[in-house]
Design a protein around this ligand. Structure first.
Ligand code: PHE
Ligand code: NA
Length: 459
């Protein structure tokens, strides 16, 4: 059995946790969710969700990893002989996410390259669905480049994404993950701040900001808005996939769990706020250029990044290639650092379970996920991806979070001992609120979310 690896420094762990949290969800999910759920008024349910579920759950996961020093399954096994399966369930979610998250990062990489020459032409939507994705439809046997343009297919960036991620994971926790995040996070911040500042100075930026921040108070009484806030917080903080358990299992003995959780959570929210400014400023510019109401251009996800953003770049005043590179570069670095954390989650699980070396575990876990990811690198994959992503978000996360929090707080009654464990090393001590949140608020909201989603699907 190898000695368990450790982070080299406290900052290294915090950067890695922030690297996992800050991802596509911050950049392309948060702004639209806020806009769509009450605008400025959304910040109340959002802050509430952060303080009553996000941070308490983060502290719980950090404590578990730190206390039991294992990947998610090993941690749940050490918690109680009967609960190992919860860890494997989380690992399974992480595995599924990695198979399509990697493909989106690959697209972002390809688009960073395309943006240098605005290769998507006048019709970015048509380009994405036609020229770009059809050319990589390996399921139907169309070879890359068969349509005779110089655009590289998604397969090449996908290979690159996997080579980079696995090379980092081969090197281990300190030399690999920690060092990579030390480079990725500052680079991401610099690129992202450049694009946000540029967006804020575009003509029409105010139209977008007004649309995003104008509070729609009538909406905050609606349960849908509260569910959206909790959903965003869970996804955004990478909670309930075993990721944060895995990362904190590499913490040294005296690590300050509570402070680290607050720092990671607030850094993640800061990037979301920044993204809100940047994305909606750019959308305001687009609305003004196209003479459309903001509702017609506001969107999220794949459509925002690979259709609307290229359109915005097409009409950018000057240096559009450079700003394209900054935007897609941000997506790449935000995505890579998150991808590495999900892959590490199942690599660590394989390593612990079968007592393998890191290199072998990375080869097995990474090899399997990268092979499956090819399925998503096709045109059909785009729709398939949407479906899988939807089910992972609505059922995987809510249900896995619910089961883990109920098990810890109600069945095993571990909250007091966990709280003592975390408070021992921190000058920031949690009190009664922490237990109330994990015993009542979080299970209540997650249970409600799950039932709501279920009824939505049965309709
Ligand atoms: N927290 C990441 C984000 O905001 C999402 C993520 C989910 C990362 C799952 C890793 C694993 O994009
Ligand atoms: Na996030």
């Amino acid at each position: 059995m190898e000695v368990r690896e450790q982070w080299g420094t406290r900052a290294g762990f915090v950067l890695a946790a922030v690297g996992s949290a800050v991802g596509l969800g911050n950049i392309w999910r948060f702004p639209y969710v806020a806009y769509d759920n009450g605008g400025g008024a959304f910040f109340i349910p959002y802050l509430f969700a952060l303080l009553t579920a996000g941070i308490p759950m983060l502290i719980m996961e950090f404590t578990m990893g730190h206390k039991y020093r294992g990947s998610a399954p090993l941690t749940y096994l050490r918690l109680n002989k009967k609960t190992e399966w919860i860890g494997w369930w989380q690992v399974a979610i992480a595995f599924v996410i990695s198979t399509y998250y990697s493909v989106i990062v690959a697209w972002a990489m390809a688009y960073a390259y395309f943006s240098l020459g605005l290769q998507w032409g006048n019709d970015p939507g048509g380009f994405l669905m036609g020229e770009y994705l059809q050319r990589v439809d390996i399921v139907n046997g169309a070879p890359i480049g068969s349509m005779g343009s110089i655009v590289p297919g998604v397969l090449i960036p996908l290979i690159l994404v996997w080579v980079i991620s696995l090379a980092i994971l081969f090197k281990g926790v300190k030399k690999g993950i920690e060092n990579a995040n030390r480079i990725f996070i500052p680079l991401l911040l610099v690129m992202f701040i450049i694009i946000v500042i540029r967006a804020l100075t575009l003509d029409g930026a105010m139209i977008g900001l007004e649309a995003l921040f104008k509070p729609n108070w009538s909406e905050i009484a609606s349960p849908k808005v509260w569910v959206a806030a909790y959903g965003q917080i869970f996804f955004s903080l990478s909670i309930a996939f075993g990721i944060m358990i895995t990362y904190s299992s590499y913490l040294p003995k005296g690590a300050d769990i509570n402070n680290n959780a607050f720092i990671a959570a607030f850094s993640n929210s800061s990037v979301e706020l920044l993204a809100g400014f940047g994305v909606f400023a750019a959308l305001g510019f687009m609305a003004k250029q196209a003479n459309l109401p903001i509702e017609e251009v506001a969107t999220a996800g794949i459509g925002l990044a690979f259709v609307v953003f290229p359109e915005i770049l097409n009409s950018f005043p000057g240096f559009n290639g450079f700003f394209g590179l900054m935007f897609f570069g941000s997506l790449v670095f935000a995505g890579l650092s998150s991808l590495i954390s999900v892959v590490e989650t199942f690599v660590a699980a394989i390593q612990d379970k079968f007592n393998l070396s890191r290199v072998k575990a990375v080869m097995i876990g990474g090899g399997l996920s990268s092979l499956v990811s090819i399925l998503f690198a096709t045109q059909g994959g785009l729709f398939f991806l949407d479906v899988v992503d939807y089910f992972i978000n609505t059922f995987g996360i809510a249900l896995a979070g619910l089961v883990s929090v109920i098990t810890v707080s109600w069945f095993l009654k571990k909250l007091t001992s966990f709280q003592d464990h975390a408070n021992l090393t921190s000058d920031l001590r949690t009190g009664l609120w922490w237990k109330v949140c994990l015993q009542i608020v979080t299970p209540g909201v997650l249970g409600y979310m799950f039932i709501l989603n279920l009824m939505d699907n049965l309709k």
